[in-house]
Ligand binder design. Structure first.
Ligand SMILES: C[S@@+](CC[C@H](N)C(=O)[O-])C[C@H]1O[C@@H](n2cnc3c(N)ncnc32)[C@H](O)[C@@H]1O
Length: 229
């Protein structure tokens, strides 16, 4: 496991329970995952054999959707957690168009440029003291001109998140206790580094993105397409 301040640790139960947890916590998770291949197909229609990079690929869910959709797409997927990568490796064993890397984006063992890069449910772990900006910059630098960055994350002001979380929590499984729901709310409001959409736009423009379009929102989580012009 690569451990440093910029890396949120996913190991043990957190890794093995991830696939089950994430679908309960984000009822829109499957919707976003299922939308991505079609979105990329449209956006990448003029690029022959595009390189695609999945940053913070975790257990390989978005990578599998993309890899299964078009075997001409060449995919690199990276994540610093050995345990998450081990699950992804098993899930993606049948896909010859995927290369997995146990690392963060700045340590990728390739100098490739990518027509599209995804970052799903990672940015909220990084602090807003330069780490988020650096990750966005690293992603921007790895995109080709005209390249597409697809971002999915928790986002909002404290007030928005509090109101949206209270609505979202009605959809959680019946066996989640009130304490667990409160603990998760506390994490979102006071422990994780969730930023507002205005702040996200500011950081994105600062690193060079000229276009940021939100195409989805469901309570606390949203998804955007950003373009490098
Ligand atoms: C909530 S999971 C998201 C996994 C996957 N993208 C998904 O949507 O299912 C967050 C992942 O980010 C990884 N991670 C933590 N710090 C990171 C960093 N600095 N850069 C890239 N990935 C990171 C973790 O190892 C974990 O697998």
């Amino acid at each position: 496991m690569i451990k440093n301040k910029k890396v949120e640790i996913f190991e043990g139960d957190r890794a093995t329970n991830y696939d089950n947890f994430v679908r309960h916590f984000f009822p829109n998770y499957e919707f976003v995952m299922n939308s991505i291949p079609q979105l990329l197909k449209g956006i990448l229609s003029s690029v022959t054999t595009p390189n695609i990079l999945v940053v913070g690929c975790g257990t390989g869910n978005e990578t599998k959707k993309i890899a299964a959709f078009n075997d001409e797409w060449k995919i690199d997927a990276c994540d610093p957690s050995e345990e998450m990568i081990a699950i992804a490796k098993e899930k993606l064993a049948a896909y010859q168009n995927v290369s997995l890397h146990t690392c963060t984006v700045e340590n990728l063992p390739t100098n490739k440029s990518y027509a599209a890069i995804t970052l799903f449910l990672v940015l909220h772990f990084l602090s807003d003291d330069g780490e988020k900006e650096q990750l966005l910059q690293d992603i921007y630098n790895k995109l080709t001109i005209g390249g597409t960055f697809v971002l999915f994350d928790i986002c909002g002001t404290q007030e928005e998140l509090e109101q949206q979380y209270d609505i979202l929590s009605h959809t959680f499984p019946y066996n989640w206790s009130r304490e667990e729901k409160e603990m998760r709310k506390e994490r979102i409001l006071n422990v994780l580094n969730v930023i507002s959409e205005d702040r996200l736009k500011f950081l994105s423009e600062k690193v060079g993105f000229t276009s940021i379009v939100k195409f989805h929102q469901s309570t606390i989580s949203s998804a955007w397409i950003l373009t490098k012009k």
